[in-house]
Design a protein around this ligand. Structure first.
Ligand SMILES: *Cc1c(COP(=O)(O)O)cnc(C)c1O
Length: 383
């Protein structure tokens, strides 16, 4: 059994994929060819933003958004410690300091009340109010990166209110939530800009790395388009700022355009798969807690994750499933404040108790649009 089955999808799409790839081989515009713009236009329209800017990965999409906002040394950016390293890595990479804020125990996303507390602690310079990293008291807060974990959009209504009051930016790390929505508003439309990823295992995945930035801000979009080609100005050899080399490959855009034709149907199938898991779990293992999807939210179900009552039970469950030939995964076993790479921030065990507790009890079950009801029944019975 596959944790994510990309083979059935490829089988269905093979003729279209070959046609799209063939077209690129024929025209030969491998860098920023017409498929890149076609994908940007298509996805911007779906998301409902004025601009979409393709780039080389979800990580680069986040990095470029921060660069477009001139984040650098002397700045602080608030984010969750319960995410993939990329979210906080880009902050630190630019010389700014990540300030971690704990998550909501039910949605697993950034907790707005704790964001307020962290901002208060920074204002008063009082570490007893909220844990703060080394260097936090001599730098200034610029913004928040919220993560739509496992496909559930963060609480943007609250986060954007806080950001507005405090004059901060909000960025949406939508690497896992392409296809999700909040009261009909698609993921990637929140905050001042959003970043998604086309890594193969993401809801809209290519056959390699890729990413995209979304924004309604014309000036920011122009900056992003310049940043992805070495800060290019009015012509190829004028550089008005320092940038990066981060384009979405034309071949990946062509593959994604083929995959786009079934994407919305796949999103609906994921809803059905998730609903079946939830019904089966209620019947067979009501003690396991599934990630909460708030009212009005449609999750992209990048992962189907649940919490065991204890770390011991989580590990025992994984062993049982492994024996039955069922793969599982743990996202994320080590919260970012406990990563060696972030030791220099000076955080301690116990600083973010919700993230630390979840890291010990969380497990994700196989999830993809082509998961059959009988297989799901077998998975839940094996739990
Ligand atoms: C996958 C992921 C990224 C990075 O995307 P890449 O395309 O792999 O660079 C960033 N943030 C989150 C939450 C992710 O899951």
């Amino acid at each position: 059994m596959d944790f994510i089955d990309l083979k059935s999808q490829q089988h269905r799409l093979r003729p279209l994929l070959e046609e799209r790839i063939g077209a690129v081989l024929d025209h030969g515009q491998y860098i920023l060819g017409p498929e890149v713009q076609e994908l940007e236009t298509t996805l911007a329209q779906y998301v409902g933003t004025r601009h979409a800017i393709g780039c080389a990965s979800g990580t680069d999409a986040l990095l470029m958004l921060l660069m477009a906002l001139d984040v650098g040394p002397g700045h602080l950016v608030l984010t969750t410690p319960f995410t993939f390293i990329a979210t906080a890595e880009v902050i630190a990479f630019l010389g700014a300091v990540p300030v971690f804020v704990d998550i909501d125990p039910e949605t697993f996303n950034l907790d707005p009340d704790k964001v307020r507390l962290a901002l208060e602690a920074l204002k008063r310079g009082d570490r007893s109010l909220h844990p703060l990293p080394h260097g936090a008291l001599t730098a200034s807060v610029r913004g928040i990166i919220a993560v739509d974990l496992f496909g559930v959009p963060a609480d943007y209504a609250e986060l954007e209110t806080i950001a507005h009051e405090e004059g901060l930016f909000v960025l949406e790390d939508a690497a896992q939530s392409f296809g999700a929505s909040v009261h009909g508003v698609p993921a990637c439309r929140f905050g001042h800009g959003a970043a998604t990823s086309f890594f193969p295992a993401k809801p809209l995945g290519g056959y390699g790395d890729g990413g995209m930035c979304f924004t309604n801000d014309d000036a920011m979009a122009e900056k992003l388009r310049s940043l992805r080609v070495h800060g290019q100005g009015s012509h190829r050899y004028e550089h008005v700022r320092l940038g990066v080399n981060s384009r979405l490959d034309t071949l990946q855009a062509a593959i994604l355009l083929a995959k786009w034709t079934v994407f919305q149907e796949e999103c609906r199938r994921r809803q059905d798969v998730a609903a079946r898991y939830i019904a089966l779990l209620e019947e067979i293992r009501p003690d396991l807690v599934v990630q909460r999807v708030p009212q009005g939210v449609v999750s992209a179900w990048a992962q189907f994750s649940l919490l065991a009552p204890s770390p011991e039970e989580r590990d025992a469950m994984r062993k049982r499933l492994q024996k039955a030939g069922i793969p599982t995964a743990v996202y994320y076993p080590v919260p970012l404040h406990r990563q060696p790479a972030f030791a220099y921030l000076g955080y301690r065990v116990g600083d973010f108790p919700v993230s630390e507790d979840l890291a010990g009890r969380i497990v994700s079950l196989p999830m993809h649009p082509h998961l059959e009801p009988e297989v799901q029944e077998h998975i839940v019975q094996s739990l």
